[in-house]
Design a protein around this ligand. Structure first.
Ligand SMILES: Nc1ncnc2c1ncn2[C@@H]1O[C@H](COP(=O)(O)OP(=O)(O)OP(=O)(O)O)[C@@H](O)[C@H]1O
Ligand SMILES: [Mg+2]
Length: 215
């Protein structure tokens, strides 16, 4: 089983948006559970709007996480994605501690890049590998190019940029994904690229039990 924790101590960067999009995409290939550790309940609100059972969204308190993950591991679930709150440091710390990989969406703005080291330090302190993805990027903006240069592209930056796309925001408001509302759109293509990049990064981690399948 692989546990991917989506975290950034900065608010509003796209954690929930990416967590639900990746969970739906992952669910096309294998069973997946999306854990909502955010008391704001944005993921829960999205699944309520969705009116479908899939993906499986499990809200829980942070003290329950380790036990539930043990159950999922016993049940040989291939993938768990954890959506975290921004400001609740202890919750984020626990979610990082139980992760195999910390996926950090980061907006390519000077303030977001300046805030990034806090989240990265938390992952480093827990000894967890990090994958960064640019989120809400503006197409062809100088800021985006500069952010790619600032974050070592040979390092943890995934080769997938999520741009600012109305399809993502409106899908979130209706319990859908961009691939469902606009399957041929750019947002859907970017989420697919992110998913493929994530699967490749997960495959580079030390092997244990079966890896999540890409297709
Ligand atoms: N790539 C994007 N393009 C357009 N809108 C986006 C994108 N990503 C996120 N949004 C919008 O930005 C807002 C914040 O996104 P989201 O809730 O996913 O961030 P978050 O990091 O989970 O926030 P919080 O820290 O409050 O949990 C939402 O209104 C969402 O629809
Ligand atoms: Mg959120």
């Amino acid at each position: 089983m692989r546990v991917v924790t989506v975290a950034n101590l900065k608010g509003g960067v796209g954690k929930t948006t990416l967590a639900v999009h990746l969970a739906v995409r992952a669910g096309q290939s294998q069973p997946v559970v999306l854990i909502d550790l955010d008391p704001q309940g944005s993921t829960l609100e999205w699944i309520r709007q969705r009116g479908q059972e899939l993906p499986t969204v499990v809200p829980m308190g942070v003290h329950q996480v380790e036990n539930r993950l043990m159950q999922f591991r016993k049940a040989r679930l291939p993938l768990v994605i954890i959506d975290t709150p921004a400001a609740l440091v202890e919750v984020v710390e626990t979610a990082i501690r139980v992760a195999d990989l910390v996926l950090v969406p980061v907006r390519p703005t000077p303030t977001d890049l300046a805030a990034l080291p806090r989240t990265l330090a938390m992952a480093r302190a827990a000894g967890k590998p990090v994958a960064l993805t640019l989120s809400q990027a503006i197409t062809n903006s100088r800021l985006t190019h500069r952010a790619v240069e600032t974050i070592d592209p040979a390092g943890p930056l995934l080769p997938a940029v999520i741009h600012h796309r109305t399809a993502l925001a409106s899908a979130m408001a209706t319990g859908a994904t961009a691939a469902e509302t606009d399957p041929r759109g750019k947002a859907a293509a970017e989420v697919e690229e992110l998913w493929q990049a994530l699967v490749r990064r997960l495959a580079q981690l030390p092997a244990d039990i079966p890896q999540p399948a890409a297709r």
